[in-house]
Design a protein. Structure first.
Lengths: 733, 165, 156
């Protein structure tokens, strides 16, 4: 601890703490624009924080200084020089800043407005015409850039360079000519691009989806949790006149540190999609669907379920709240006496032994990423934590077909087994094994579907903990937002796990949610079911095989609990009121008819705690799992399907997000491409299982030879192996 | 003796004297008195000389309004549909005059002098719904709805500051 | 284009981090592309150094020795920084503009000479500094300009 004097007040602060925080700890504000600790070391670009430091002749940028013993700092409150400096800086910043606050979306919540009001001059001496640019410039379909308003604080480019590390938003040119730009006319296409909107301290970067939709005094902010991926980022849902107008992040330092992915930030408008179901639909023979009253729909649902007896299968989509999943599980297990469920994610409770907040990734010495899915597509913010770990000099090792260790597709379980046994480690894993052995803090990230619920990686973690005495954190990334919570709810309600739906006829199938409806396994079951009850937000071909369709709701319209990938229960709050009863109300009414009492609202439970429950005592008690045998080799290239983040029912309905959706591209290893004479960007034909499709070739120098990667939505009907060849139209380059 | 009868008589004298004076009855509604310069009557939205609306839909009037009677929904100007000079314009601009207290704060708040409180004060309606004035109504000249003998002479009054300047 | 890729990789190998090689890499790319850096050049450099084209362009746009637009065979660079400006760099520049018939930043229609202003060329004691094809002329007065241009025209 060191002693710092700020405005005559003595402050005890840890040595090296930033002066902005040190001053804030005693309630003294040092105004800043560019300073943002989450973006890495301070840059002192805006000079707003000018303060007087005793012993130094000139004003100093306080944000770049740290607490040292005996430092005497005078802010604008006590130093005329500092006050003059700050006022002059504001006058300077405002030289070229247009006076279009009434037009500007930031008006009313603009740091530049606020600080000018408090620290700035009342008028300007600028008499020359201001610098002008074309405006607004859409640097992507999501973000509009206004260069006139930009004060060159470099927050956005620092985010792009050193947080998301996409390197696409840069400051071009030099000095007074500096501008924020992307490359040529290319859009800022990155998973986390929306964060620059919140970082911008002026109205230079504004959201096209929120543009002119509301002003700060017309809105209500509802604290809730994003329900689009298993990270469970904390968000504010901004509503105006009963509609969600935007999503802002609500910083939870252990979960997402205030960063949101573009899906979570921009996909909210699917609530108002035109094809949203608003009334229940009941199938009428030959005439297709007919709108029905709630009562009639429930009658039909009851009749269908009763006719099925106990031959009922329920398919969860993993987007249900815990309360909803519990209600549905109780109807099926208690009311109907069936134990058959299709769970999107499985979850082994013993993994709780290695439970840790996501922020622990950054503190790890070694991070090991297993599984074929790119982490950023499955749980985007986890990728940011891994990048933070790498910047903090941790060793981040990805073991997958395009990773640092180029493992064969589907070999994650085998890799776990190899690393666990310690003997006969394959050559390519030797370095990894060595790093893991010497590490004191290890983070293991499993990024693919695991039917065992994470036992492989759990066993590896146990081994590292038992023999290596390392602190181990395990993150098994579920496929769905609340997959963990749904699985746990299902197991809690009845005895045992879920009976797999057998072959042959099924009495009734209950499909809960759009994600379940789009699951090919569910389509299989539906073909065999004599009655299908579906809850869905959107009418599509996926609901076509249903007999009764009940309108579903989105995560922004529900109250309830979500359990994220850490195992952290978080509360969803209703941001907007849905147009009809939500799922829980439906289920409660339906349950009543089967003699099951369910509260039609999500009561606050003991689970409603934002804090992560402490890990149990280490209690890994599972037998070592057997790794599944590798897939047999065959002709052609091995296909890895990538479940892209920007896909699914919500994203498909946002026009501005379409550019983020995965391109129709096949990723080839450099060697595979050159043996086939394929140049990057060329159109190629991909054939598999009798299906062929024309895709663009993308080259990846890090991809394992013999493997191709295709986004799942472009790999429909493909088998595990594909043939790739040049388009034989005769046009040669 | 109390002064009561004298005081009463004094009062009667005042009343009596009025009988010989010319009455100053105003023939309202045919004739409307000019209103004072700072009179705050019905709102009016203004256009620039080139026909574009002065209002950019910034909602500052709605923020200033103590009765919360203004609703603004903004939208973006496009080259094909340019409504105001800036980037944004008011797609919806509504004032609920049944709630308005005619304080004039909206006029003060407006950065573009787009809204002013004018001289018109005859805004009663048979239905409350009709008291919600839309942008088109606020942009238009006040409707002369009173049947008057001589339109030029008697209709909607000219404010003093306009008549005398 | 793999020639450039390999050349950049071999330069990058001399640095502890490959991104440190961006300046030599851009120089190589500029040579490859005839004296300036078209968008493809940035893509090539970015691929070789595992950076993004945007980053490469940002770096190139900072430095005066990288050209983002096509340049002529000869380059006339007039320093207009403080020291030179004080001794009349603006007049020298205008003299060049008159003599060559193009404004600063432009190339003569025959593609021979590009005239541009640069930041300090490092000859502040002898302003105005004019750099013609990497050769320094200092100090240059407006009346010397005709001679310099004639020499340049004769050389080509």
């Amino acid at each position: 601890m060191v002693r710092v004097t700020i405005d005559g007040q003595e402050v005890l602060a840890p040595k090296g703490q930033g002066l902005v925080e040190t001053a804030a700890s005693v309630g003294i504000e040092i105004p800043v624009f560019c300073y943002e600790p989450r973006l890495g070391p301070p840059v002192g670009a805006c000079r707003m924080c000018l303060c007087e430091v005793e012993g130094l002749p000139k004003l100093q940028a306080a944000c770049t200084l740290t607490a040292t013993d005996g430092l005497v700092l005078r802010t604008a409150r006590t130093s005329e020089q500092a006050a003059g400096g700050q006022s002059a800086i504001l006058e300077f910043i405002l030289l070229n800043h247009p006076l279009d606050c009434p037009d500007c979306d930031k008006g009313g919540e603009c740091p530049l407005q606020d600080l000018t009001f408090r620290f700035g001059p009342g008028s300007t001496r600028m008499q020359f015409p201001k610098r002008t640019f074309d405006k607004p410039i859409p640097i992507s379909p999501l973000i509009a850039l206004d260069r006139e308003r930009c004060i060159l604080c470099y927050r956005c480019t620092r985010f792009s360079e050193s947080v998301s590390e996409d390197g696409q938003l840069v400051a071009a040119n030099r000095g007074a000519q500096s501008i924020i730009a992307t490359f040529e006319d290319e859009p800022y296409r990155a998973h986390f691009s929306g964060n620059v909107l919140e970082l911008c301290p002026v109205g230079a970067l504004t959201s096209t989806t929120y543009r002119f939709r509301a002003r700060p005094w017309e809105i209500q902010n509802v604290p809730t949790v994003c329900g689009l991926c298993p990270v469970g980022c904390n968000v504010w849902a901004t509503t105006r006149e009963g509609k969600v107008a935007r999503i802002l992040s609500r910083n939870h330092p252990e979960v997402h540190e205030g960063w949101l992915c573009d899906k979570g930030r921009f996909a909210y408008d699917h609530l108002r999609a035109e094809d949203r179901l608003r009334t229940p639909l009941v199938r009428v023979r030959r005439r297709g669907f007919e709108e029905a009253s709630h009562e009639a729909a429930l009658d039909a649902a009851e009749a269908g379920l009763r006719a099925a007896g106990s031959s009922v299968v329920v398919a969860f989509s993993g987007g249900e709240t815990v309360e909803q999943a519990t209600a549905l599980a109780r109807i099926v297990r208690e009311g109907l006496g069936s134990d058959a469920a299709l769970l999107p994610d499985d979850w082994d409770a013993a993994l709780d032994a290695f439970r840790a907040p996501l922020s622990a990734i950054r503190d790890a010495d070694v991070c090991l990423i297993l599984g074929d899915d790119p982490v950023v597509e499955r749980a985007p913010v986890v990728d940011l934590w891994l990048r933070a770990a790498r910047r903090a000099e941790a060793e981040v090792i990805a073991v997958n077909p395009a990773g640092d260790v180029q493992a064969a597709p589907g070999s994650a379980a085998q890799v776990c087994a190899d690393l666990r046994e310690g003997k006969k480690v394959p050559t390519e894993l030797r370095e990894t094994a060595k790093s893991l052995k010497s590490a004191k803090r290890v983070a293991l990230v499993w990024s693919e579907d695991d039917p065992t619920g994470g036992r492989h990686v759990g066993a590896l973690a146990n081994e590292l903990h038992e023999n290596g005495r390392a602190e181990v954190a395990v993150y098994v990334l579920p496929r769905t937002p609340n997959g963990r919570g749904v699985a746990t709810a299902w197991y809690t309600v009845g005895e045992g796990r879920s009976d797999p739906p057998g072959e042959g006829e099924i009495g009734a199938l209950v499909v809960s949610g759009d994600e379940a409806a789009s699951d090919p396994r569910v389509a299989d079951l539906a073909a065999r079911a004599s009655f299908v009850l579906t809850t869905a937000m959107f009418q599509s071909e996926l609901t076509a095989w249903s007999h009764v369709v009940l309108p579903g709701t989105s995560y922004l319209e529900r109250e309830g609990t979500y359990v994220n990938l850490e195992g952290r229960p978080q509360r969803l709050r209703r941001a907007v009121v849905p147009f009809g009863p939500d799922e829980l109300e439906w289920l409660a009414q339906l349950a009543e008819r089967f003699g099951v009492a369910i509260d039609p609202w999500a009561a606050p439970t003991a689970a409603e705690q934002a804090d992560l429950p402490p890990a149990d005592e280490f209690a890994w008690s599972r037998p070592d799992p057997q790794a599944p045998p590798g897939k047999p080799a065959g002709p052609g290239l091995e296909l890895v399907r990538i479940g892209a983040l920007f896909s699914g029912a919500a994203v498909e309905r946002i026009p501005q997000l379409q550019f983020q959706r995965p391109a129709a591209e096949v990723e080839l290893a450099h060697e595979d491409a050159s043996t086939r004479g394929i140049a990057p960007g060329e159109a190629v034909v991909v054939t598999s299982n009798g299906t062929s499709r024309e895709l663009r070739a993308g080259l990846n120098r890090k991809l394992r030879v013999g493997v191709v990667r295709i986004p799942a939505e472009h790999a429909k009907d493909f088998g595990d192996r594909v043939q790739v060849s040049r388009l034989s139209t005769g046009e040669s380059r | 003796m109390s002064p009561q009868p004298f005081d009463s008589l004094k009062g009667f004298a005042v009343t009596f004297r009025q009988m010989f004076k010319k009455p100053i009855t105003q023939q309202y509604p045919e004739y409307k008195r000019p209103v004072y310069p700072r009179f705050r009557g019905r709102h009016r939205l203004w256009r620039h000389e080139n026909g574009l609306e002065k209002c950019v839909g910034c909602s500052l009037c709605a923020a200033a309004c103590p009765a919360d009677c203004i609703r603004v929904v903004a939208a973006e100007n496009t080259p094909g549909n340019r409504v105001s000079p800036g980037e944004r314009y008011a797609r919806i601009y509504e004032i609920n005059l049944s709630r308005c207290i005619f304080c004039g704060y909206c006029e003060l708040a407006c950065p573009f002098d787009a809204i002013t409180l004018e001289a018109e004060f005859e805004i009663s309606e048979y239905s409350r719904d009709d008291l919600i004035y839309t942008k088109d109504m606020l942009l238009a000249e006040p409707v002369k709805r009173m049947p008057v003998a001589d339109r030029d002479l008697y209709d909607t009054p000219t404010p003093v500051w306009k008549a005398e300047s | 284009m793999s020639g450039l890729y390999d050349a950049i990789r071999s330069v990058a190998a001399r640095y502890p981090e490959s991104r440190s090689a961006i300046l030599p890499a851009l120089r190589l790319a500029q040579q490859e592309h005839g004296g300036w850096l078209p968008p493809e050049a940035f893509r090539d450099v970015a691929e070789a150094l595992e950076l993004t084209p945007a980053y490469c362009r940002a770096v190139a746009s900072f430095y005066d020795m990288f050209h983002l637009e096509p340049v002529g065979r000869h380059m006339v660079e007039v320093c207009t920084n403080v020291s030179c400006a004080l001794v009349g760099a603006q007049q020298v520049l205008e003299a060049f503009e008159g003599e060559l018939g193009v404004a600063a930043g432009e190339t003569t229609p025959d593609g021979e000479v590009t005239l541009r202003t640069v930041e300090c060329a490092g000859g502040c004691g002898w302003g105005t500094v004019v750099v013609v094809d990497h050769r320094y002329h200092e100090p240059v007065r407006p009346e010397d300009v005709a001679e310099i241009v004639r020499e340049l025209r004769d050389a080509s």
